[in-house]
Design a protein around this ligand. Structure first.
Ligand code: 6R9
Length: 649
């Protein structure tokens, strides 16, 4: 069968990306070789850019069998000092650290300098202490996308408390489960959030969560001014409690292996896992990846459109940029409010230089037509990034041509909550690109492809993506359940970290993520990535988005079931269905001919934009009784429509 990569084409890195880049091809090659051959010396060198209270002597000390991961274990530092204070001490206090763009386009923009950020973080840190928070306590942060969310994270880090950020779209039940799991006594929230003009009742969700789990203290930030109820003795208005706190708060000396944060993964199976990251390794990893991959240059504006509730927001809105003294834009709103041009309007307004978003957003905006993009002056853009799922070559092309004007590098960064930061990507000044391929391993990353029995596959091949060596940003455990950490990541292939992703390596050593391995389908003995069929479908001019799953088939083993959403104005029907089947057949080959095309107005997605394939698989199998937890869906109503559609065929 034809593989996605066989049709791949090179897109040469633009000359402008090579000029003055942090890393040229020669540099990449020698740095990568050094990171593998002389790992400790390499990371000792990278760690030089961090301020340590006590420099580490021991660099990497890890084993995947038995599982024990430590980096810089005798080093002492504080990541908040590194992200904030040291820039002020170096005389850069007047530089802008954060630009806040509110949900409403005519709302108040905030520009926060590093000196102001320091004052804000100190105020929040002292307020937390006043409330009773101490080193090692777990503090839950349930906030809208406002600068106070970043202040809260940094304030926790400053005093050595462990933050656990929960995405502001989660329900009271989800909050309660996460608070209970890590026995978090403290909460930082806001009265309400704003998204696309709608108010999100954050404080009232917290109140409902706390009907189930007790809590010692809730710090409430006034954002919209909406009315909320306050529980005496437990809830405190931030502006009141902080009124008389001191304006100095020393950064707590933290061991490199002291926990920094817990982050719950979206939980497509079982209850969500509290992935734990520690201080020193995460600081070095986010500082280094941000610096080389986004090739940041002084004075530039970096915009990552993720939410701070996800790992992408942790690493590339807060820690990565601030550790580098960069200016990060924080956007409260959504891509289609008040209109589909909002992203591009914001890029123009704030002269964004580096723009980092997700394929799901790119596809959604692509569907609305080019004029939303072309009516804006995007000449400030210098580099584009993608993260979160495989980007299909058609969306890549649109991003490259229409948004980037055919002259900007795109970094397609593969990584996971568990990896702390980017792992596989091209570097803008070093590598040519291939639309749809993440590219090459970052420094210190050793990908390995194995078959289902664990045999190592060499050369151009396809298999299960493992990582054979640790890297500083690696998660250390699942909070409170180290056995689950070992089971989930290190037991499938002994002695290796298993990512759960399928992947192809082409003859040029470029990596193509084919999707989660549970998304791989086997049709008449032919193995194929559902992403491949999806890519083919969305190449059709009438198709907006597609999600493909396998379903049991008497003869072929598995058949191909395709959920398809159409571009605005297109009509579903038998004729189009036949047309799409022929189209896929032509794109990939007869073996990939879809068995079912199921037109639907929308796909079930988590709030972070990931398609919930578990649900789609069940529906395709005609199994509507065990759909599992649908509470994390952005719009649970989509499921009922899909079931109706399935019954009617
Ligand atoms: C950062 C983040 C991790 C999973 C990962 C993979 C998918 C992320 C990708 C990508 C292809 C990319 N994924 N980036 N697949 N190309 N550039 O998204 O973390 O939410 O933990 O998701 O997302 O399947 O295993 P997380």
């Amino acid at each position: 069968m034809t593989e996605a990569g066989k049709k791949s084409e090179w897109v040469k890195r633009p000359a402008t990306a090579t000029e003055g880049a942090n890393c040229t091809l020669e540099e990449y090659q020698s740095l990568y070789a050094r990171s593998i051959e002389d790992t400790d010396a390499f990371w000792r060198g990278q760690a030089e850019r961090i301020d340590w209270f006590s420099k580490p002597e021991v660099i990497g000390n890890w084993s995947f069998d038995p599982v024990s991961i430590k980096w810089f274990e005798d080093g002492v530092l504080n990541i908040c000092h590194n992200a904030v204070d040291r820039h002020v001490e170096a005389g850069n206090g007047e530089r802008i650290a954060l630009i806040f763009e509110p949900d409403a386009p005519d709302g108040e923009v905030r520009r926060i300098t590093f000196a102001e950020l320091q004052a804000e973080v100190v105020r929040m840190a002292n307020t937390l202490k006043k409330m009773g928070v101490s080193k090692g306590d777990r503090v839950t942060i349930y906030m809208p996308m406002v600068p106070e969310g970043a202040f809260a994270m940094l304030a926790c880090a400053r005093i050595g408390a462990i933050h656990s950020v929960i995405f502001g779209g989660f329900s009271p039940d989800a909050i309660a489960g996460r608070v209970e799991d890590c026995a978090s006594d403290w909460m930082i929230t806001a009265d309400e959030g704003l998204r696309g003009g709608k108010r999100i009742p954050l404080k009232s969700n917290v109140d409902r969560a706390f009907e189930k789990v007790p809590n010692r203290g809730v710090l409430v930030i006034r954002h919209t001014g909406g009315s909320v109820s306050m529980t005496e003795g437990r809830d405190h208005w931030y502006h009141e409690l902080s009124a008389d706190v001191a304006d100095e708060c020393p950064c707590e000396p933290m061991n490199a292996e002291d926990p920094l944060f817990i982050l719950y993964t979206s939980g497509s199976t079982g209850k969500p896992k509290g992935v734990l990251h520690t201080t020193g390794g995460y600081a070095v990893w986010t500082e280094t990846t941000f610096r080389y991959i986004f090739d940041y240059r002084e004075g530039e504006v970096f915009w990552c459109t993720a939410d701070i509730g996800w790992v992408t927001g942790h690493s590339y809105i807060v820690y990565g940029p601030l550790l580098n003294g960069a200016t990060a834009l924080m956007f409260e709103g959504v891509p289609n409010y008040p209109d589909h041009d909002r992203f591009w309007a914001v890029c123009e307004k704030h002269k964004v230089n580096i723009f980092y978003t997700a394929p799901t957003a790119i596809r959604a905006l692509m569907r609305e037509g080019d004029t939303h993009v072309t009516k804006h002056d995007l000449s400030s853009l210098r580099l584009l990034g993608s993260v979160g799922e495989p980007i299909n070559p058609e969306a890549w092309r649109w991003y490259y041509e229409t948004v980037g004007g055919g002259k900007l590098p795109i970094v397609d960064t593969w990584w996971q909550t568990e990896t702390g930061g980017c792992m596989i990507t091209t570097l803008p000044g070093a590598h040519d690109m291939k639309p749809g391929s993440a590219g090459r391993p970052f420094f210190g990353v050793c990908p390995q492809l194995v078959d289902n029995e664990g045999h190592v596959l060499d050369g151009a091949t396809e298999g299960n993506l493992c990582l054979t060596r640790s890297w500083p940003g690696q998660a250390r455990t699942v909070y409170g359940d180290h056995e689950r950490f070992i089971q989930t990541y290190f037991s499938t292939y002994k002695g290796k970290y298993f990512t759960g992703d399928g992947c192809r390596r082409d003859e040029d050593g470029y990596y193509w993520i084919t999707g989660r391995v549970d998304d791989v389908i086997n049709v008449s003995g032919h193995r194929m990535g559902t992403a491949e069929v999806e890519s083919a479908l969305v190449l059709h001019p009438k198709v907006s988005e597609a999600a493909v799953v396998g379903f049991p088939h008497d003869i072929k083993g598995q058949g191909i079931y395709c959920y398809v959403t159409l571009n605005a104005g297109e009509e579903p029907g038998d004729e189009l269905s036949a047309e799409l089947r022929t189209h896929v057949r032509e794109e990939i080959g007869p073996i990939a001919t879809p068995d079912h095309i199921h037109f639907t107005p929308a796909l079930p997605k988590t709030r972070s934009g990931k398609i919930m394939r578990r649900i789609l698989r069940k529906i395709a199998e005609n199994d509507f009784t065990s759909l599992g937890d649908t509470s994390t869906l952005a719009d649970p109503g989509v499921v009922d429509e899909l079931i109706e559609g399935r019954k009617n065929r």
